[in-house]
Ligand binder design. Structure first.
Ligand code: ATP
Length: 452
């Protein structure tokens, strides 16, 4: 069963070192979080799993790591300067500020007053000055999505690889949005990470590829450990579509605070490449693109049969890393009643995502033979490259098991006096708590088995 409430998760994340409020010692910075020792491992594992499925497991996608600071021209012609805003409302009574869709029946969500200002657009992009002179003209933006630099690099990647359509460019990285009302833990934050694929296709084949990516992304989340009963596909209504989208399907997850978007899969048509293209009149662009840009390049591709140049359509699966972490923690969190009347908390993460893959625990912390043997086992397993293995030398086996249940370590390996005599160790399974004795010679095999 998933966690019953948000507090359980927030408290576990802080207690065990997954996620902390940023700048906490100065009172915190709202809507910004830091990932601690276990959080960074979990995040890296999730990102690696995405990267593997997008790039290594296929032959039609290339990777990119573009800059965060983005030229204002890019975000002007992408439409973000004009349209990337939320409708902001002020409550004249309690001075609270919120997005207009949060005012149920026209009332302030904080105090219930109806004395509200009219909604006005509030641009969500963070602006910053580039260079030493701040005269108001030399500014750039922190990117609000990773996608735009994929579009601006379209030609570079095409020219430097041998890709032909259909093909994709994938990127993982930070994005920034000055959200009016951040909250719900790491669900809505001002600094977050996205895993985005821009998949370029021939116009006319876009609907079929859109469906393909919706199904592919849905099953990827299920493979990460999200249960089908908490993951829904939602066709976004026309009135709610982003300025670039012809159709969007959101993957909606049942978070502790309600059903909300985990990932959006949009058909962005030829809007972005068309908007960033030089001499737009040379092309039959279907979308209502941003006109008269200052681009120096045509972001187009040649049909090898007809020899005609055209602007490809793009399908974009865009997932939030932080929302993914939140959903996966929610899925994995369990409280179990034990036979002895105690409770245990266990994080049943899939082993490929677990921050620590195995903990090697010597029975006595001061016994040199046990500690040396345990260190050797740790080092041997570490060299297999499946992720982090640790030596847990706290000297208290029960406490060690409890800690590793709570942080989702799939197995604990205990080194005791029998190990010194006959080279066997105990392996304890996180989910079943069952223990078995195995020879150290079989340990590598047993360890690899947990990832199957
Ligand atoms: P929402 O409607 O919830 O604000 P969105 O539709 O604006 O989200 P997209 O622009 O489609 O979001 O961004 C793609 C993904 O990036 C989202 O599915 C989400 O996982 C993530 N994301 C967007 N905004 C945030 C945020 N403020 N905090 C954390 N993740 C975010």
């Amino acid at each position: 069963m998933a966690s019953k409430n948000m507090e359980d998760l927030v408290s576990l994340c802080k207690r065990r070192g997954f996620i902390f409020q940023s700048s906490e010692i100065y009172g915190g910075l709202q809507g910004i979080y830091d990932y601690g020792p276990l959080g960074v491992e979990l995040k890296n594992n999730l990102k690696s799993s995405w990267w593997k499925s997008m790039i290594y497991d296929r032959d039609d996608v290339e990777g990119l790591d573009a800059s965060i600071l983005t030229s204002r021209h890019v975000l002007k012609y992408s439409g973000h300067e004009d349209t990337f805003s939320d409708p902001l409302v002020d409550c004249r009574n309690c001075k609270n500020r919120f997005r207009s869709d949060q005012a149920t029946d026209g009332k302030c969500p904080a105090c219930g007053s109806s004395d509200l200002t009219k909604p006005r657009p509030f641009n969500l992009m963070f602006k910053t000055t580039v260079g030493p002179v701040d005269d108001g003209s030399n500014y750039a933006y922190l990117r609000p999505e990773t996608a735009q630099q994929i579009f601006t690099n379209f030609k570079n990647i095409l020219d430097s690889t041998s890709k032909t359509i259909p093909f994709g460019i994938a990127q993982i990285g930070k994005a920034f949005r000055n959200e009016v009302t951040p909250g719900k833990f790491i669900f809505r934050v001002r600094e977050f990470e996205q895993m985005e694929l821009e998949f370029f296709v021939e116009p006319g084949k876009d609907d079929e590829w859109h469906k393909y990516w919706v199904d592919k992304r849905y099953s990827w989340w299920i493979d990460q450990g999200i249960s089908e009963k908490r993951l829904k596909k939602l066709d976004v209504e026309d009135a709610d579509l982003s300025h670039y989208s012809k159709a969007t399907v959101d993957l909606m997850y049942e978070f502790p605070h309600g059903l909300e978007e985990l990932e959006g899969i949009a058909n962005r048509t030829d809007f972005d490449l068309g908007s960033h293209t030089k001499n737009q009149n040379d092309f039959k662009i279907s979308a209502d693109v941003m006109k008269n840009n200052q681009s120096t390049t045509k972001l187009s591709i040649q049909n090898l049969e007809s020899k005609e140049w055209y602007i490809p359509y793009v399908i974009e699966p865009s997932a939030g890393v932080d929302r993914g972490i939140f959903a996966l923690l929610n899925e994995a969190y369990k409280e179990e009643d034990l036979e002895n009347g105690n409770k245990r908390i266990v994080l049943s993460l899939k082993p490929h995502l677990s921050p620590i893959k195995a903990a090697v625990i010597p029975l006595k912390r001061n016994n040199e033979d046990l500690v040396n043997k345990a260190s050797k086992i740790k080092n041997d397993l570490q060299t297999l490259g499946m992720g982090r293995v640790i030596l847990e030398n706290s000297g208290n086996i029960g406490k060690g098991y409890r800690r590793h249940d709570e942080i989702g370590t799939p197995i604990c390996i205990t080194v005791d006096f029998e190990t010194i005599e006959n080279d066997t160790v105990t392996i304890r399974d996180r989910d079943t708590m069952s223990q078995k004795r195995v020879s150290t010679h079989d340990l590598e095999l047993e360890y690899k088995k947990i990832f199957n």
